[in-house]
Ligand binder design. Structure first.
Ligand SMILES: C[S@@+](CC[C@H](N)C(=O)[O-])C[C@H]1O[C@@H](n2cnc3c(N)ncnc32)[C@H](O)[C@@H]1O
Length: 218
């Protein structure tokens, strides 16, 4: 949602979206809020991919970096019918207030909102997670991955969103000047996670680009 330019042709995106059944009232309310206040939340295709991965993987403990209003956390919880625990990190007090409210109305327990900067909080965490969803400051993905890889169980997945960043990561012609640093860091991030020993990564061109990384060895 709220991505200014799709990485895929609009007619393909619209066609795929037309296939999905209508969302429930809570998701519609959250999407309207995100649109009205220009808050980025995961795109419908990314939500479907996340849900499918979660149903296959059935993680007991999920770590999310970047809660915003709690939309993706509720999407993930919904996929597992409440049978998981989601630890989700957010540093913006306004987002924290929205997320708390939506979690309370979701009908699910099992959300654990960790308030503060992800880099600080991740250094304090000691539990293992089976699934990490990374959807916060893109320029920090390498730091988040380095910290997350210690917290991830063997056989666990790290899913990183927005890795193709409106196509800019794949084509120099699309890069906006003020985004150069983020784009360079995302390119380095993708290079590193695709080459990394003991991990297997697929970069999927849906939504704004999603990387799915499996931890194969300790
Ligand atoms: C793209 S939004 C998350 C959207 C959410 N995952 C969803 O799809 O519903 C990114 C959020 O990450 C938060 N964020 C960015 N950098 C962060 C950091 N270093 N620590 C904690 N939160 C951070 C921002 O405040 C923002 O609310």
């Amino acid at each position: 949602m709220n991505v200014e330019r799709h990485i895929n042709e609009d007619f393909i995106v619209e066609y795929i979206r037309s296939l999905y059944p209508p969302k429930n009232d809570l998701f519609q309310e959250m999407e309207e809020l995100a649109r009205a206040e220009d808050i980025p939340i995961i795109e419908p295709e990314t939500a479907k991919l996340l849900q499918l991965l979660l149903k296959l993987h059935r993680p007991k403990r999920i770590l999310e970096i970047g809660t915003a209003i709690g939309y993706s956390a509720i999407v993930m919880m919904d996929a597992l019918k409440g049978e998981t625990n989601i630890y989700t990190i957010e540093r913006d007090p306004r987002m924290i207030r929205y997320a708390k409210d939506f979690f309370a109305h979701s009908g699910y327990t099992g959300f654990h909102l960790l308030e503060g900067d992800a880099k600080d909080i991740m250094q304090e965490l000691s539990m293992e997670y089976d699934f990490i969803f990374m959807d916060a400051a893109k320029a920090q993905y390498q730091n988040f991955f380095a910290l997350g890889s210690y917290l991830l169980s063997k056989g666990g997945l790290i899913v990183s969103d927005n890795v193709l960043f409106r196509g800019m990561v794949a084509s120099g012609e699309l890069v906006e000047r003020r985004k150069i640093t983020i784009v360079k860091r995302l390119r380095k991030y993708l290079f590193d996670i695709t080459q990394r020993e003991g991990y297997s990564t697929s970069v999927i061109p849906i939504g704004d680009g999603v990387a799915v990384t499996l931890k194969e060895k300790e």
